[in-house]
Write a protein of this length. Structure first.
Length: 66
């Protein structure tokens, strides 16, 4: 997921997306601990997506002065 894709979304959409990604990260970590995850690099990519979403939310807050 690119930051450009996130710039056009509203804060509510970003919050929902962030919640979904965090849930997905939790599920991947559980799979990792139970040795069911075939590609552990997915966790790293998902963490970066979460950081991008959090940055977009922060940028929206700064832009609107909240």
């Amino acid at each position: 997921m690119k930051f450009i894709e996130l710039k056009d979304k509203s804060q509510a959409e970003l919050q929902i997306l962030l919640k979904d990604k965090k849930l997905e990260l939790f599920e991947l970590r559980v799979k990792l601990k139970t040795m069911q995850l075939s590609n552990p690099c997915q966790i790293r990519a998902l963490r970066k997506d979460i950081a991008r979403i959090a940055t977009a939310i922060s940028a929206l807050k700064d832009k609107h002065g909240v």
